[in-house]
Design a protein. Structure first.
Length: 229
């Protein structure tokens, strides 16, 4: 529509042409078939290869980062941000939060958010508890830390499968519209499986997106959980 208006009004045309490219990349998951791929536990030595694959396919995903690993590889976290991926909190040292006292849970989240902010300039908007270990107490501390608790709708169980063909087969079997898929960029087989997974999802009409996009940019409130109980 804009282009038609542009034909008539040359001056506006120039402005719209400059403003359009970034906006045009936003995916409206209410209209098209979306799936969110999420990668936990990085940045790892395998993450750069994954970022290369995503860049080649012009896709954005969500990374749940471990604070300790961010401190080891800040440049990789920075690259994620630069290339438009969503960055979230996965605790400082992959702690099982349900076994920690409240203050330690808070420290795990706070220390990680600070490490991510230092590396990327951005404060994470969500967290995922390692092992999916959450309860009402963990969620209440997450609320205090200002982040919602984001789990997944489908797990690839890639850490058990290891083999790239098995991982690709599993992910493609569980793919569904508006799914949030759990993967790990510390698993080499997952990174190796991505080209096949991405090309097959594309053939099936999926748009690979971030968690925020699949949730229509309406994240749960701080301390709330996705999927809800
Ligand atoms: Zn994890």
């Amino acid at each position: 529509m804009w282009r038609r208006i542009c034909v008539a009004v040359t001056a506006i045309c120039v402005l719209v042409a400059v403003a359009t490219p970034a906006e045009a990349k936003t995916v409206d998951c209410a209209r098209v078939k979306c799936i969110a791929l999420t990668f936990d536990d990085g940045p790892s030595p395998h993450t750069v290869k994954l970022l290369d694959t995503l860049k080649k396919n012009r896709l954005k995903v969500t990374f749940f980062l471990v604070g300790r690993e961010v401190q080891k590889r800040p440049a990789v976290a920075r690259r994620m941000r630069r290339e438009g991926h969503e960055i979230a909190n996965h605790t400082f040292d992959h702690a099982r939060l349900t076994e920690l006292p409240d203050q330690k849970i808070f420290d795990q989240l706070d220390k990680t958010s600070k490490a991510i902010r230092k590396a990327t300039g951005v404060r994470p908007k969500m967290m995922r508890p390692p092992f999916g270990a959450t309860d009402e107490r963990v969620e209440s501390v997450a609320g205090f830390a200002g982040v919602p608790v984001i789990l997944w709708t489908d797990s690839s169980r890639d850490w058990e499968l290891r083999d790239k063909k098995a991982i690709a087969k599993k992910v493609l079997r569980l793919a569904r519209r508006d799914g949030v898929v759990l993967l790990h960029d510390i698993v080499p087989g997952t990174v190796a499986a991505m080209p096949l997974i991405l090309s097959t999802l594309k053939k099936r009409g999926y748009h690979v997106v971030t968690v925020s996009e699949v949730l229509r940019n309406r994240l749960p409130d701080a301390g709330e959980r996705f999927p809800s109980r």
